[in-house]
Design a protein around this ligand. Structure first.
Ligand code: B1M
Length: 211
């Protein structure tokens, strides 16, 4: 019999095959898909997020846990759709134009999925208008931008300028991050939130959409 806490434990160890098998087993045994999600997959990812924030685990551990989360989610998603489980919010995320760094952006994506967001990943080198067009298309309430280069940080401003010129600024929560970004830069360009790491980004986004 599949125990839901085992899903969380295997996820934390990055054991994607075990997570996938246990999720399948739990579904076949008729366990509540929401419990599998919240007490199994998301609970495990929250623990990893917290440990990552406290420097108890590092990027490789988070990436393998994220892979295990994805493996479990792929099996669970059709069931969640069937029962009409609503995400806590919808976000689009990308690395800004001119910037090809995606490791931090991928971590933020996983942590946001880990707290229950539906996340559309726009990839790297994303044109300002694409953030906005895609956010509108998917009905996102959060736009997340990552930048790793001092030369590409101004492209975060370009997205906010375009939101303003399209009269859409108040429709989205705008979050920024990445190694060279800080609170004062975020305030200067008019972003809503700067967060220093992926776990804090996910917690902040969840709190922001529930306001
Ligand atoms: Co590049 N690179 N790189 N690089 N690279 C840096 C960033 C650099 C600091 C290295 C250095 O010179 N010491 C430097 C930038 C200097 C600057 O601008 N001041 C640099 C440079 C110059 C370049 C090139 C220009 C090099 C060249 O070609 N001459 C070039 C640029 C290419 C381009 O983007 N157009 C380049 C290329 C590359 C690689 C392709 C080789 C590779 C990227 C591979 C990839 O991403 N798939 C690479 C890498 C790996 C790095 C370093 C070594 C590591 C970056 C990383 O992934 N860190 C980096 C040096 C370093 O940091 N030690 C460097 C780990 C990651 C988890 O951290 O992304 O900061 P980070 O994410 C953190 C937080 O910032 C936060 O969450 C994460 C942690 O929880 N976060 C957010 C990130 N996004 C967030 C969004 C949020 C909230 C939090 O809200 C939305």
């Amino acid at each position: 019999m599949a125990e839901i806490h085992e899903i969380s434990e295997f996820l934390q160890k990055g054991r994607a095959k075990n997570v996938k098998a246990l999720v399948e087993e739990a579904i076949n045994e008729g366990k509540d898909p929401k419990a599998i999600l919240n007490e199994g997959l998301l609970a495990g990812m929250m623990i990893i997020g917290e440990k990552f924030k406290n420097n108890e685990v590092f990027v490789p551990e988070v990436l393998v846990a994220a892979r295990a989360l994805n493996a479990g989610l792929a099996i669970l998603e059709p069931k969640l759709i069937e029962i009409g489980n609503e995400p806590v919010g919808k976000a689009v995320i990308g690395t800004v134009k001119g910037d090809l760094h995606d490791i931090g952006k991928n971590l933020v994506t996983m942590m946001m999925k880990g707290v229950g967001f539906e996340v559309t990943d726009l990839g790297v080198d994303v044109e300002p208008g694409v953030f906005i067009d895609r956010a509108q298309e998917v009905g996102a309430n959060v736009i997340c931008m990552s930048a790793l280069l001092t030369t590409t940080m101004p492209n975060m401003q370009a997205v906010i300028d375009e939101l303003n010129s399209r009269g859409l600024r108040d429709k989205f929560i705008v979050m920024v991050g990445g190694a060279p970004v800080n609170q004062s830069f975020a305030e200067q360009i008019g972003a809503d939130y700067y967060t220093p790491d992926a776990a804090t980004a996910a917690e902040t986004a969840k709190a922001a959409v529930s306001k």
